[in-house]
Design a binder for this molecule. Structure first.
Ligand code: MOS
Length: 747
């Protein structure tokens, strides 16, 4: 822990990049090479000149499975402005070397334009490059593709699964279930959903000889760099990936997807820089999605609601070419409640779809729906309050790992949440509370997400003018990395927030892990803290050893830095500024490198939450309105309260969406996604979002990481959907075991 006064950390700062964003001066992937991108580039010293940019438009398959029998590109090629049309017949064979480190999965990633096979509806089959976007769009419409089509399998239900299943067992779950006085058996269905970030996926690729620079929407510049290097068989040092702003991602910009390879390939073959923006429709098959799940849960307990056994039987869709699975879907069943006997079987089901990918709260939010619904069912069955039932099953240690918890304050989350929400005023009997024509219900659920950490590095430079620049190749898809890292750095360096600039999103910066899994604050935050602590100590050493410094001879530990001035802890009058110190010593800057390497976990580390919801249901119309929601989180130290609140509210909105609206619909005849646009794919609008309130338990997790945080971006989505489903049950007495809960489920 830094001995520095903490002024920026914990203060409700607005985003340091907020003005850039709201004035349209933040350059997102497709903005580079435009005037806006150039202005941004000049201001931020990043590459901006992209001369002679051309435009690529992807042609996608109109069948869900089969083979391309013929392609006629002559009409497209005859259009003025068209520079190149590529498909599997004329595209060069690409090395596609193995790249196990970049979130690639068992199986083999989709190779673009390398064969005539169609693996899913919407698969890229050709790309047109033209001097203008309009010419490329028009020409793409003129490419004629003939197929030998076969009926695709796109429905999880009934489709055969991959073997073997991932399994986990503890105790004898079958026997304990069979012997349990109370037994319940339920099947839950969760729909396929898409991330639908505001910014579409976009790539600009420019080759200079054998080297390529890519401006990209990504949560992990190194992942795109390494994948492009592997696909093209070139050294990673010949690939630079730049991504200063990301307009939302929620997990689907963590991997390098086929369109990025297409943009780089098209640029190389056309001999010109290429910009490729996926259309809104193409985002449904061009990048991943949250897979559909079928989740069977058996639960046995005693009459006091103490769990004896839980048996989880999961099936989740994946593509035929890669096997996507998410470990997080198994964790809650292993550690959330005291359960002596657990068995889990997790099977992936290959379908004619593109490969799924993590989506906010990956795995955990999926598992929370069946588990938290089932606990609610059990509470109702036994006539025990759902909060009380959870408290009765609160474990002392992690039964899966055998380790103690670093911090686990779920009990407090439940108690504070119940009090603040007014839970005790609830009539436990469902279907009893009315407001005019509306049936009113309240429901709750718990939330959990693991505290992940990964190695990260940073570089810190303090300039002679008393400003500092901190750099790490992380990303900011929305949670406010720019701001929170600036807060950490400002306090550790003893500078005002405005004197610190944080730079991210470029492979030339010190490496950072994927900006996902809620690990950025813990990992990059700890490395920023480390680098800035080192730099401050370096400056203090310089001062105390400098005979001309007022601090000469002072003990370094007695010196703090406030607002750019080094001074004695106990005698603020004795000191000098960074400017004076560096100026007198003829130093243009001081520099330090920060590093963070996670320790081997000695404890079980998770963030927790308790979510409470009130809904109103119109019985005649089957309509559900969320009226209010309150959640209490145990997420360790909160670095940036305003941004944390924004994360929590965003998570709740995402959960309302999952509970009541979102659903990717696929036509079983040809695998076409029928609602591949934001008019038909429903997400909440303001009218769907009521009063939302988030409360954070004060405190820090000293074991998790040096800055005491547990991660926040994911846990805030977990538990929201089941709290709403449980409230719908309380309102109506109807238990809906599928997501989303739509009008037809309640009529
Ligand atoms: Mo989050 S699904 O790891 O971006």
């Amino acid at each position: 822990m830094s001995p520095q006064p903490q002024q920026a950390v914990g203060a409700p700062l607005s985003r340091v990049d907020g003005r850039l964003k709201v004035t349209g001066r933040a350059a997102y992937a497709a903005d580079h090479g435009t005037e806006q991108g150039i202005e941004h580039g000049i201001e931020h010293g990043i590459e901006h000149g992209i001369d002679g940019i051309t435009h690529a438009v992807v042609v996608t398959s109109s069948v869900g499975r089969g083979r391309i029998t013929a392609i006629d590109t002559s009409a497209a090629e005859a259009q003025s402005g068209v520079l190149k049309v590529l498909d599997h017949r004329n595209a060069p064979r690409l090395p596609y070397r193995p790249n196990p480190g970049s979130l690639n999965l068992p199986g083999e990633r989709l190779h673009v334009f390398q064969d005539d096979q169609v693996r899913f509806h919407g698969q890229p089959v050709a790309v047109v490059v033209a001097t203008t976007l309009e010419a490329a769009q028009h020409a793409a419409g003129l490419v004629r593709v003939d197929y030998a089509a076969e009926p695709p399998a796109t429905d999880l239900t009934g489709a055969p699964a991959n073997e073997p299943a991932t399994a986990y067992t503890r105790g004898d779950a079958e026997a304990a279930f069979n012997a349990a006085p109370v037994r319940m058996e339920m099947t839950y269905l969760l729909s396929r959903t898409h991330h639908n970030a505001m910014e579409p996926h976009a790539t600009i690729a420019r080759w200079t000889g054998a080297r390529v620079t890519v401006w990209e929407k990504t949560q992990w510049v190194q992942s795109t760099r390494d994948e492009l290097a592997a696909v093209f068989g070139i050294p990673a040092t010949d690939v630079r990936v730049i991504s200063p702003f990301v307009g939302g991602a929620f997990g689907n910009a963590a991997r390098c997807w086929p369109h990025t390879v297409i943009a780089a390939l098209a640029a190389r073959e056309a001999g010109r820089p290429v910009k490729l923006v996926l259309t809104r429709k193409q985002l449904y098959s061009g990048v991943g999605f949250r897979p559909a799940y079928e989740y069977k849960l058996r639960l046995g307990s005693d009459r006091d609601g103490r769990l004896a056994a839980m048996l989880h039987d999961l099936r989740a869709e994946t593509s035929r070419y890669e096997r996507f699975s998410e470990r997080g879907v198994l964790s809650p069943g292993q550690m959330l409640y005291t359960t002596p006997n657990v068995s889990q079987a997790y099977r992936t089901v290959p379908l004619d779809v593109n490969t799924p990918t993590p989506m906010r709260g990956p795995g955990y939010s999926t598992a929370a729906f069946p588990i938290e619904s089932a606990i609610d069912e059990l509470a109702h069955e036994l006539g025990i309050d759902p909060v009380e039932l959870r408290l009765r099953n609160e474990p002392d240690s992690d039964q899966a790992s055998g380790m103690p918890f670093s911090t686990r304050r779920l009990r407090e989350c439940l108690e504070v949440g119940a009090r603040e929400f007014g839970w005790s005023r609830r009539n436990p009997k469902p279907g009893q509370t009315r407001d005019g024509e509306w049936l009113i219900g309240t429901g709750m659920a718990t939330a959990v997400y693991d505290t992940l950490r990964a190695p990260a590095q940073a570089r810190v430079r303090l300039h002679a003018d008393g400003t500092a620049q901190v750099e790490s190749a992380t990303s900011d898809m929305g949670p406010g990395t720019y701001t929170s890292m600036t807060q950490i750095a400002a306090d550790a360096l003893g500078l005002a927030v405005r004197a610190v600039t944080f730079r991210l999103g470029d492979t030339i910066l010190p490496p950072a892990p994927v900006h996902g899994g809620s690990l950025t604050m813990a990992s990059v935050g700890s490395t920023v803290q480390d680098g800035c602590d080192k730099l401050r100590r370096q400056a203090i050493r310089l001062a105390v050893e400098d005979t001309e410094s007022p601090l000469h001879g002072a003990a370094p530990d007695d010196v703090v830095v406030r607002d750019g001035r080094l001074q004695l802890k106990d005698d603020a009058a004795r000191g000098e500024t960074y400017r004076q110190l560096l100026g007198r010593n003829n130093r243009a800057h001081l520099e330090a490198d920060g590093a963070y390497t996670p320790t081997r976990p000695q404890a079980s580390m998770y963030a927790y939450g308790a979510v409470f919801a009130e809904v109103a249901v119109d019985q005649r119309l089957g309509m559900v309105r969320v009226r209010r929601m309150l959640a209490v989180y145990d997420a360790g130290r909160v670095i940036s309260p305003k941004l944390a609140d924004s994360q929590a509210i965003g998570g709740m909105v995402g959960g309302i969406s999952a509970a009541l609206l979102e659903h990717t619909l696929t036509d079983p005849r040809d695998g076409r996604i029928t609602n591949a646009n934001l008019a038909d794919y429903l997400v909440p609008v303001n009218a769907d979002v009521p009063q939302l309130k988030a409360i954070y338990l004060d405190g820090r997790d000293e074991i998790a990481d040096p800055i005491g945080v547990k991660g926040l971006g994911e846990v805030v989505l977990v538990g929201v959907a089941p709290s709403i489903a449980n409230a719908v049950f309380h309102a109506t007495g109807r238990r809906i075991r599928r997501l989303p809960i739509t009008i037809d489920n309640l009529l």
